[in-house]
Design a protein around this ligand. Sequence first.
Ligand code: ZN
Length: 370
Amino acid sequence: MRKTIIVLAAVAAVLTPPVSAHAATTATVVSPKRPLNVRAGAAVWTTSLRTLPHGATVEIDCQIKGQLINQGPVRVTDQWNRLTDGAYVSDAWVRRAPGVQIPACAQATAAPAAPAAPATPTAPATAAIPGTVASGATPLRTRSGPARTAQVLGTLSNGTPLSIVCQLRGESIAGAVRSTDMWDRLTSGVYVSDAYVRREATPPACTAAPAAPAPGAGAGPWVSPLPGFTARPGFRTPTNPNHVGVDIMSFVGTPIQAAAAGTVVEVTCNIEAGHSCDQPGSASIRGCGWYVKLQHADGISTLYCHMVRRGVVPPGQKVAAGQVIGYVGSSGNSSAPHLHFEVHVNTPPTSPGNAIDPLPFMRAHGAPIG
Ligand SMILES: [Zn+2]
């Protein structure tokens, strides 16, 4: 779980209200081919709150470490800029004056009460709506997005005063105050279900247009590729930086499921010349053995390696979430039966550069694997 803890620690910085003594840094969006997504968190699978056109100006409050983005036009970086309204853009897509240092987003400890966040040039200036947490004995969870599958960023006890910037449609919740699918975005950028919030006015919508779904949401429900087995953190570890997936230890012959609906795009033996995918591999043989690659909606691909024999679905076939696509083995670069599972974004094509850590991705999509 080591990797997961690091990610959570980074996202926990979201809790910090923008009470910066320093001035915001002005930067320019560099995204000539398509609008840049402004997101609820520091990763591409967090909710897109709005988009910004090429050349738009943003006001950056601070930076946190998040998903590594290596396809931006400005730089390769895992730093994400928190804007003055609490939303995020990858630093890979913004240009700013050379030599300008953006501070790290501080931790939430002992932060004074936050004033309402100043509006960005792209957002209309609206006063925050006051509210109060009404959750009874159970503290209300603050999250990175408008659903219980979004990451928990903190808790607020009953009676805590809130400053609500706007509302977004999300998961329907039956709470102590009302049953609703509306979620409130607070001035600190986090979300709470409106089902547990007492307030005197209705906050404005967070965006004029409905928010774009998180990447991968269009693929429908996600499921574990190997139910009952868990992955070890292992994505790009310091000792194995080229390992762009996670390993789920299992037994030869265990059925491997499609993690989401999609289309089979590859069913291949990938192994060093002179070896066979139909025999157990070893740590000294290169290649991921028999593998299946699936293409899902929203530019997401998944890859399943080291199968015991050729995948049981042909290229071009549509598969449903949970459909068996092959069986666990140890072909290729493998010293014990396991599934090596990868998730890629912005596909096709897949490449090591667009692989993301499957653990937080699958958790964010309601199908934790480790
Ligand atoms: Zn692996």
